[in-house]
Design a protein around this ligand. Structure first.
Ligand SMILES: [Ca+2]
Ligand SMILES: [Ca+2]
Ligand SMILES: [Ca+2]
Length: 272
């Protein structure tokens, strides 16, 4: 590899509720941005501004660990192209470099390899995979954990709720009160999580706040509890302890919690 080649390890994010995240009005996401930390709380969420291949212009980024994709269809086409080597009308070329003649000459499954019809079906599927209902919502330990979540300031990035816009892609996705626990903004998470790789406006230290809905079912659905962009955290508490940068103060609060309080916070996260 060339010495300037950048590497960044990523795990696949959960695929639930993506159509609802896509339906959050742009102005509602931008309203929470505070790039220069004008309110002085140490948190300076920034929107990513990325290239929309269909519209041929720069728009707000929403999907991917650095919010590098503007919408679900392009996220899906990008995954077909870069994760699987399959072309679509949106991304019509395999990502072989000129230095990879074998890659360029490899057999392909047609032009494009993924038809518009299949891409549209995958879009429908990924837009409509539902979010599981919460569990144990009235459990006193869960309620205690919920208030500790707010006390530590987690909600400053993991925004509890939005109402989706009236003009969503499908009527079923419109005007919904949702609880994704993300602001879809970029945050500097400190040196420990930095990958040194930029993506549009996202720096090598910035990540998009991931949604926390459904996170308590990770073991049941995926058969593991690996978290963060590269899966380095073996459980939820490790994920919290990796928080630095703008989230340093929130982590320090958790470090001050006693064992019962930490257990309550985790019970709350596991109820999502
Ligand atoms: Ca702020
Ligand atoms: Ca920032
Ligand atoms: Ca191919």
């Amino acid at each position: 590899m060339h010495p300037d080649t950048l590497f960044s390890t990523r795990i696949a994010p959960p695929m639930i509720g993506l159509g609802l995240l896509e339906a959050i009005a742009e102005q509602d996401i931008l309203a929470a941005a505070d790039p220069d930390d004008a309110d002085g709380d140490g948190i300076s969420g920034r929107p990513n501004i990325v290239w929309d291949r269909q519209q041929q212009r720069s728009v707000l980024g929403r999907f991917g660990w650095k919010a590098g994709q503007p919408n679900l269809n392009q996220q899906n086409a990008d995954a077909f192209a870069n994760d699987m080597g399959l072309t679509t009308t949106l991304i019509a070329h395999d990502n072989c470099t000129q230095a990879q003649p074998d890659c360029l000459a490899a057999v392909n499954g047609g032009v494009p390899e993924v038809s518009d019809n299949i891409l549209a079906s995958v879009l429908f599927y990924s837009r409509n995979l539902g979010v599981p209902a919460r569990r144990n919502v009235d459990d006193p330990q869960v309620l205690k954990g919920k208030s500790l979540f707010h006390q530590a300031g987690c909600q400053k990035c993991h925004t509890p709720s939005f109402t989706t816009s009236a003009d969503a892609a499908e009527p079923e996705l419109a005007n919904q009160l949702i609880r994704p626990y993300t602001d879809l903004l970029l945050h500097d998470m400190g040196e420990g999580l930095a990958d040194g790789r930029e993506e549009f406006l996202a720096s090598g230290r910035e990540w998009r706040t991931p949604p926390l809905w459904g996170i308590g079912l990770t073991q049941a659905v995926n058969g593991h509890t690996q978290f963060l962009h590269d899966g380095r955290a073996r459980n939820l508490l490790e994920a919290i302890l990796w928080h630095g940068g703008e989230a340093e103060a929130a982590k320090q609060q958790v470090l001050k919690f006693d064992a019962d309080e930490r257990a309550a916070l985790l019970a709350f996260l596991n109820s999502l």
